[in-house]
Write a protein that binds this ligand. Structure first.
Ligand SMILES: Nc1ncnc2c1ncn2[C@@H]1O[C@H](COP(=O)(O)OP(=O)(O)OP(=O)(O)O)[C@@H](O)[C@H]1O
Length: 255
C-alpha cells in the first residue's frame, strides 16, 4: 500500500551540473516515528529534504507524503506537511502573531482557529512576551526565529513534520519545550523527520535514524540497528570515514 509510510523517498536524485548532490536516495518514514537524518557537511541532507517537501525539484525519483506524490499533487501533499526549511526567509516587518495570523489565513484555516492556535503557540514557545512588546520578526534572535518558523510549520496541524536543524540556536529550556511538542506529535501518530549534526541529541530523541554520506543512505533503521552496540557518533565516523590527522597539518597555528 502506498500510504503505509508517512513519508517515502523513492530513488530521489538531484544533480547540480556535474555534481550529484543526492544519488538515488530511498527512505521510508513510518507513522509515529521520530526520524533523524545525519551526515557530514555537504552530504545531501538539505537537498534531499528540500526535494521531499516540494521546495526543490528532483532530477528524478519521487517523494510521497501519506502516499501522495509531492511533485504530482503538491497542494494535497503540502496540506499534510509541516516544514521548517534551512535558512527560512520570514517577513521581517510583522510580529510573530501577525505572521501566524497571515499564515493561517493563507492556509485557509477559519479565523477563530487561527486566533486560538496563534495565541497557544506563542505562549508555549515563549514568544508571547515579545508579542506583547510588538517585537517584529526582524528583531527576533536566531533561536526565536527558529521557534516562529516551527510555529508556522505546526499551525495547520500537519501529519508529517520535516525540520531542518530545528534545535540549532535554541536554548536548553526552549529545546525541552520543542521536544515535548514533537513527542506529542509522534504520540498522536504523526511522523517527525529532523536533520542534525548533534549525535547525542539524535540518540536521545530519535527512534529511527539514517546516516547519509555522498548523497546516499549508508545506514538506516532503528537506532539500535544503526548503532550496532556502538555510539551513534562512533558508527557515524566509521561509516563516513574520518580524515587521517597529519602531524604537519596547520603546524603554524601552534607556533
Ligand atoms: N544550489 C546548488 N548549486 C550547486 N550545488 C549545490 C546546490 N545546493 C547544494 N549543492 C551541493 O550539493 C551537495 C549537498 O549539499 P547539501 O546542502 O544538501 O548538504 P547537507 O548535507 O545539507 O550539508 P550541511 O550539513 O553542511 O548542511 C554539496 O556538495 C553542495 O555544494
Amino acid at each position: 500500500m502506498a500510504d503505509e509510510h508517512a513519508l517515502e523517498l523513492i530513488d530521489l536524485r538531484r544533480e547540480f551540473a556535474e555534481k550529484v548532490a543526492v544519488d538515488d536516495m530511498s527512505l521510508r518514514v513510518p507513522y509515529g516515528s521520530f526520524y533523524g537524518v545525519v551526515g557530514p557537511n555537504g552530504a545531501g541532507k538539505t537537498t534531499a529534504l528540500s526535494m521531499a517537501v516540494g521546495l526543490l525539484r528532483p532530477t528524478s525519483g519521487r517523494a510521497l507524503v501519506q502516499g501522495i506524490d509531492v511533485w504530482q499533487d503538491p497542494i494535497s501533499a503540502k496540506q499534510r506537511l509541516g516544514v521548517l526549511p534551512d535558512g527560512l526567509a520570514l517577513p521581517e516587518r510583522l510580529t510573530g502573531g501577525e505572521l501566524l495570523t497571515y499564515w493561517g489565513r493563507f492556509r485557509r484555516l477559519p479565523r477563530e482557529v487561527v486566533a486560538a492556535r496563534t495565541e497557544e503557540l506563542l505562549r508555549i514557545l515563549e514568544l508571547d512576551e515579545a508579542e506583547a512588546l510588538g517585537t517584529l520578526v526582524g528583531e527576533y534572535s536566531t533561536g526565536m526565529r527558529k521557534k516562529i518558523g516551527l510555529a508556522t510549520a505546526l499551525l495547520h496541524a500537519p501529519k508529517v513534520l520535516v525540520l531542518d536543524e530545528p534545535y540549532e540556536a535554541v536554548d536548553p529550556v526552549s529545546a525541552r519545550v520543542l521536544t515535548r511538542i514533537l513527542r506529542r506529535f509522534t504520540e498522536g501518530g504523526g511522523a517527525v523527520v529532523i536533520s542534525s549534526h548533534v549525535m547525542a541529541m539524535v540518540e536521545q530523541l530519535c527512534d529511527r535514524v539514517a546516516i547519509v554520506a555522498r548523497g546516499q543512505v549508508v545506514a538506516d533503521g532503528t537506532l539500535d540497528e544503526v548503532r550496532r552496540g556502538a555510539s551513534l557518533e562512533d558508527r557515524f565516523v566509521e561509516l563516513v570515514g574520518a580524515p587521517e590527522a597529519d602531524e604537519e597539518e596547520l603546524a603554524w597555528i601552534a607556533t
